[in-house]
Structures are given as C-alpha cells and as structure tokens.
Design a protein. Structure first.
Lengths: 405, 71
C-alpha cells in the first residue's frame, strides 16, 4: 500500500503531513479538537456539505438529524470495514491518520450525547487503532471506544451488518423494517459513519465549513480519498477534490502503463466509464454513465483486456459474496453471472442481452441490503460502456482479442 | 399521507409462494418462487379493496416474512 502525490493544485488534507500515525505529530499538526454541541455539529455539517465517504454519498447532517430526532441516548459507530477488494483508502487512513478518525468519532459522539462509541475495522487496522487509543487516554476520548474486528467479506461493511457485528452477532445485513437511526446497536438510535467521513468532520470542526468548501465543487465540496489501481505505474491512495479530472487522478498514481480501454469507478458496485482524461470525477460528471465516485475506487482497464470478461469475473465474485440470506440474491446473482459469462465467452444465443436485463431488473430492490442493486448498477454500466463489445461478442468476435496492451 | 404497504423480510422469506396465491393482484412468483411486486415497487401499496386479503397473506406466511407497514 502506497500513497502517491495528489494532483497539482489539490492540497492534501486527510493525508497532510507525516503519516506515522503518532499522537504527538497529530497534535503538533492539528492541535486538540474543539467540542461541538448537537446544533453546532448539524450546522457545521450542513454548511460544509459533507457527504458519506463509504459509497452512498448521503448528506451526513441528515443522518445526524435522524438520530437526534429519535430522542434517546444514541450510539456512534465508525465504519472502516472496507470489504471492497479494489479499495484500500480506509486502511491507509487508519494506518496513517488514526487520530483524525478518532477525533471525529469523539466529536460526533459527544455532540449527540452518546455514551458509547465503536470502531469497526479489519484485523490489521484494529491493531493500529488499539495502539492509537492507548496513546490518547480519557482526555481526548471521554466517550469510551470499543474496537470490533470486521471479517473480510464484501457485505460486512453494510450498515446493518455493521450494527449486527458490533452487537456481537454475525456480520450479516438485516431486514430494514426499522431504520438504524431509530433502532441500531442494542435498540439505541445509531449513527454509522465511514471512517473517512469522521476524519473530514475532525478537520471541519477545526477549520470551518468555508475552508472545507475551498476544495471540490460547489455542489460536491471537499476532498475524497481515491484508491487507484489496475493499469497504472504506481497504484495507491490519492487525495483529490471532487470534480478532479479522471486523467489527473490516474496521473497521480503514476499514469497509465498503456492505453486504457475503460475505467471502473466507485468499485464493484460502481460503474464502467470510458477512459476519457477530461471526465470530471463527481456525481454530476459521472451520472451520464450510471456511475458516481462512490467510495473513491478507480480501476484502470488496459486495452487488450475485454471489459465484458472483466465484468463477468466481477459479477461472479459478487455472486459468491452474497450473504446467502435472501432468495433473489442467492439465486439471481449466480444466474446473472453465468449469463454474463456466456456473453463474455461468446456463447451467443437469441435473447441473451435481454435475459441479462430481465435478471437485472428481477433482483433489483429485493434483498435486505443493496448488494443486488449495486451488482446490477455495475452490470448495466458495462452493457452501456461496452456496447460495441456486446455487438461483437454476439457475432462471435471480440474487439480486444489480439490487441497488444 | 402514509399508506399500507407490503414489506418482505427477505432474510426470512423462503419462497413458499402462499402470498402470491392469496394476493395475485399484487404479487407474482419469480423464477425461484419468491414474490415479486407486479408494480415494481419495493414495498407495493395495498389498495383499500385488498386490505383484508393482504392481512390474510401476512397472517398465513409460514416464514413470518410478510408484514404490513405504513409509509
């Protein structure tokens, strides 16, 4: 895991300064965090326009408001499970700047009146966090923090799976008849926030919403952490403002190793977009392709690699990552993956593409979590971005066969 | 205004298909016997004339996976 230089003109924030994870360097650089009350927290988040960095991009102040509306003592959970194979930004953040995450967790917990806080991370990050916690003490952490190790599974980071795991149950998504903001850990109103979101909060509390908005776009303010991988010279974690050009993000990761065929943005639940250097990485810029920055994953596919084969491979992986609880997901995702496999392997038959779309529509919205919906988003974007490849495959040809990377 | 809607707990549903038999106006079975909303809504709205049939479907679901919710 490496971090690389941010694109020109985009200063680092979360990854500013030394990345030793030490408390003294953290306090030397940032000072002690201020204390906010509930009203100040909501107003700061609203004015900053901070959105969740775990993938869904929901406005953070609205989640806080929903928890406050429940009117009972809440619980806060920092989520760094990062079950997405193409993502390592949360691990990088937890290793390099654990104190920003813990500051943000305390700020949120104190402001909303929580008496317990949790941090839920992979086994390796759990060691970094335990070390960071023991260096801090009650002065910096008046609300006690419990560390829970997240299993390595794609859906283990889904909010209801997070609540289940920190409650001592298997890390599986649960039915959403009740909202987590109303009834989560131990039945308490629960605020689940991605660790990067909390780290941004720690900086917004110190420097204010105006400072936060000086990066990114007016509609999508601030910076985000991106994990850039695939056909690039220096794969790693990059920090950039929303609206950054796709080409600049890829250049920040050492630049492409060869000509690129397409880019998967937002992760395995994200979307395939054409490899246009000028494409703006923002919700607005990616919407025409059914994609969004999501949790900041950027995977570069080189020429000579078939996008449909890669899509079928990812669909197969996602089918295997079903928690095995919901019928439409358990049955539908493997069927989708094998149908895509037929397309990728040029086993053409009448109605093959219509069958992909029928199955995609069939599994959408029919599960305890959005795993089927995310899988469908990725597949639909592939059918659009690789439209010419689909036509060629139906005719028994592959556009990338024999193309040298 | 809130309306009565059918909510399926997909972690509990095992696709027996009783609900689709009792509420053919709202539900059909998919390729594997699990209920699909005819309207495409995730939680289909229950019109007034189907309220009692919907309640019966909820009460008879062997997996206790079907509920009426107000949203």
């Amino acid at each position: 895991m490496t971090t690389v230089e941010a694109p020109v003109g985009v200063g680092r924030r979360l990854l500013a300064g030394p990345t030793t994870g030490r408390l003294d360097t953290h306090l030397g650089l940032h000072g002690r965090p201020p204390t906010l009350d509930a009203h100040q927290l909501v107003e700061a988040l609203r004015a900053a326009g901070l959105t969740g960095r775990g993938g869904a991009g929901f406005p953070t102040y609205r989640k806080v408001e929903a928890v406050l509306r429940a009117g009972r003592t809440p619980v806060v959970v920092a989520n760094g499970a990062e079950g997405e194979p193409a993502s390592s930004k949360d691990r990088a953040l937890l290793a390099y700047q654990p104190h920003l995450v813990l500051d943000g967790l305390q700020l949120a917990a104190r402001a909303i009146g929580a008496r317990t806080a949790h941090i839920y991370v992979g086994a390796q990050a759990a060691e970094d966090i335990e070390a960071a916690l023991s260096a801090r003490g009650v002065g910096l952490d008046p609300v006690p923090v419990t560390v829970t190790v997240a299993p390595e599974a794609f859906v283990a980071g889904e909010a209801s799976a997070v609540v289940a795991a920190v409650s001592g149950r298997p890390a599986l998504p649960t039915d959403k008849r009740m909202r987590i903001a109303e009834s989560g850990v131990g039945g308490a109103p629960t605020l689940v926030q991605n660790v990067e979101t909390l780290a941004h909060l720690a900086l917004i509390a110190r420097h204010g919403p105006g400072w936060f908005r000086s990066a990114g776009t007016a509609d999508e303010p601030g910076t985000f952490l991106a994990t850039v991988s695939g056909a690039v010279h220096a794969p790693g974690v990059v920090e950039a403002g929303y609206g950054v050009r796709l080409g600049d993000l890829i250049d920040a990761a050492g630049g492409p190793t060869t000509q690129l065929r397409a880019v998967l943005i937002g992760g395995y639940h994200g979307g395939w977009v054409p490899a246009r250097p000028g494409l703006e990485v923002s919700r607005e810029g990616l919407a025409p392709f059914g994609a969004s920055p999501g949790a900041g994953i950027v995977f570069a596919l080189p020429v000579g690699s078939c996008g449909l084969a890669e899509t079928a491979r990812i669909a197969g992986y996602l089918a295997g990552q079903s928690a095995g609880q919901c019928g439409p997901c358990v049955n539908g995702l493997p069927r989708l993956a094998t149908t895509l496999g037929d397309l990728a392997q040029r086993r053409a038959r009448p109605g093959l593409t219509a069958e992909v779309e029928r199955l995609a529509a069939l599994v959408s919205g029919r599960g305890a979590c959005r795993h089927p919906d995310g899988t469908v988003r990725m597949i639909r974007s592939a059918m659009q971005t690789f439209e010419a490849d689909v036509t060629a495959h139906l005719a028994g040809q592959c556009l990338e066969a024999g193309v040298r990377a | 205004m809130t309306v009565n809607r059918l909510h399926v707990d997909w972690t509990a549903c095992d696709g027996r298909g009783l609900c689709a038999e009792l509420l053919p106006e709202l539900l059909v079975e998919d390729d594997w016997g699990y209920p699909v909303s005819r309207t495409g809504e995730t939680e289909p709205a229950v019109p007034r004339q189907l309220q009692s049939a919907a309640r019966q479907a909820v009460d008879r679901c062997p997996a206790l996976a079907l509920r009426l919710v107000q949203r």
